[in-house]
Design a protein around this ligand. Sequence first.
Ligand code: ZN
Length: 292
Amino acid sequence: MDSLREILSRTQREGVALGHFNVADLSMLKGVLAAARELAVPVLVGASEGEREFLGTRQLALLLKSLREEVGSPVFLNADHTHSLGKAVEAAQAGFDSAVMDFSALPLEENIRKTREAVQALRAINPSFIVEGEIGDIGTGSEIHADAPGPARALSTPEEAKQFIAATGIDVLAPAVGNMHGMFARMVRGEAQKHLDVERIRQIKNATGGAFLTLHGGSGTADADLRSAIGAGINIVHINTELRLAWRRGLEAALSGHPDEVVPYRILPPAIEAVKQVALSRLRLFNGSKDG
Ligand SMILES: [Zn+2]
């Protein structure tokens, strides 16, 4: 299997992006992998610290190791939003391919120092391990937020992006470009969508000499904005809240449709299918399909 670095280089040349989907349980993992298998495209499976705690870091790595052989296309495992070196080391030793070191809540100098330290420690464990760093404020919590006037978040600047990459040695940068984690309730109702500053993405891509860029908080973003963002240089798009919403709706429909059913493997397939459909539609879009 090609390494994640090779896949990033290849998809960058092709002008498409990798889908990154968070999983919190086996049904979500099955849905995501079914979508990747159907489209025969590479995919990133992500698990945040909370998701890893629930699934088990080593257990998820071993599960994926056995499942990825059946998918046919490359599947990588990412330790999403990791706030300590210890947790990242645990993931790297368990067999994860990459980690998002998120010290973005700290002052920039401290963020740089801790991220650089992580890059060195993780490469010592696995030289092909991919480390992502984060600057700027993109909010927390891949969940439904009460409708509120969105806080005015500062966007990452091309200068700080360039400085951060040079000072830390990261492989991938997650900038703040109008994106945010989670979805507002009005987005769930289909009354609003997120919009991105595509020009800022282009400026950051140019200033960093074509560095790999990740878009976090992709859920609820207008398709046209995602397409333009990928065209401007986004290499990885994170989708979590949309999957969680699909999982919950699929589960609710299964439970209410069969109130006396108690067999988990008869209850859960609609939740798996709902997750798969979201992943399919997002993967089609990220991989440049016209009907995406
Ligand atoms: Zn994120």
